[in-house]
Design a protein around this ligand. Structure first.
Ligand code: HEC
Ligand code: HEC
Ligand code: HEC
Length: 144
């Protein structure tokens, strides 16, 4: 009697192992079908112009408005009226200067966790600013 019970338990255990294996393969299969959505790489890029697609000229989030806010908060030179396009920022935020554009942009958009609207609203997506060239080079939209 006792050995029969053991025999059944072994079959039940085997059945469980098989069920778990089938479930596992199903999930792995789904993961392979669902590629991460990376703008311009696995899906169409809905912000092909970078900065100005979000900081639309003449909107309350324009680069001029952002610079005015920074100036009002204290510290930033009040140069909004001279800023026509993102490349204009480089006159002070050059890559070998004290406040390189890359670093101030990464701090502004990629720090602070969910409090940061670029993280909560745009998944902190690198490729909304960066671009991938045919030769594999990484650039910044609007600064190339
Ligand atoms: C996909 C949308 C998006 C793109 C592209 C983008 N930004 Fe932003 N930007 C945001 C959001 C959202 C915030 C607000 C972040 C926060 O909650 O503090 C922000 C904040 C800023 C700020 C304010 C920083 C501060 O300290 O107050 C500046 C300046 C700025 N962006 C400039 C730029 C520039 C220049 C580029 C291109 C190199 C750029 N942004 C690209 C969405 C974007
Ligand atoms: C005339 C020079 C000048 C120009 C042009 C300029 N900046 Fe700045 N920026 C500064 C200085 C100086 C600081 C440091 C301010 C401070 O220490 O509080 C700064 C700081 C910043 C910071 C960091 C603020 C912080 O508190 O962390 C951001 C973001 C920024 N600038 C964005 C921009 C953007 C975007 C543009 C172009 C639209 C731009 N700046 C153009 C001089 C400039
Ligand atoms: C808001 C726009 C923005 C976002 C988002 C962004 N970058 Fe950048 N990144 C820049 C800019 C502007 C530069 C400076 C380019 C230059 O100086 O010509 C830069 C430069 C860089 C550089 C060169 C080194 C440096 O710091 O200058 C690396 C590496 C880089 N980014 C990686 C990333 C990665 C990884 C992410 C996502 C986690 C990211 N970036 C997201 C705007 C952005």
């Amino acid at each position: 009697m006792r050995s029969t019970w053991r025999g059944q338990a072994r079959w039940i255990a085997l059945g469980l192992v098989a069920a778990v294996a089938v479930l596992g393969f199903t999930f792995i299969g789904q993961a392979a079908d669902q590629l991460r959505e990376i703008p311009g790489i696995t899906v169409a890029d809905d912000h092909p112009n970078g900065c100005v697609d979000c900081h639309k000229p003449d909107s309350k989030y324009s680069l001029q408005a952002e610079v005015t806010n920074l100036a009002d908060a204290g510290g930033h030179p009040d140069v909004a009226s001279k800023m026509k396009e993102p490349a204009d920022c480089l006159m002070c935020h050059e890559s070998d200067g004290r406040l390189p554009m890359g670093e101030i942009m990464h701090v502004a958009h990629l720090t602070g966790g969910a409090e940061n609207h670029f993280i909560s609203g745009y998944d902190g997506e690198c490729m909304y600013c960066h671009s991938l060239g045919d030769d594999g080079s990484i650039g910044v939209k609007g600064l190339e």
